[in-house]
Design a protein around this ligand. Sequence first.
Ligand SMILES: [Zn+2]
Length: 56
Amino acid sequence: MQCPVCSADDVIEIHHVLPDDTEVTFFSCHKCEEKWWNEDGERLPLEEVLRRVRVG
Ligand SMILES: [Zn+2]
């Protein structure tokens, strides 16, 4: 995975399963510290992740 902001390859990838059983991946860039979430290859807004965690 490449960082969408600075194009660095130095990106941490962490797999999560949310309380509603959807599988998402958390990415964090070492270089510019951008953080983002992905579900099925689509970027997931942080607000949506938090909403699902709260609901669960
Ligand atoms: Zn970056």
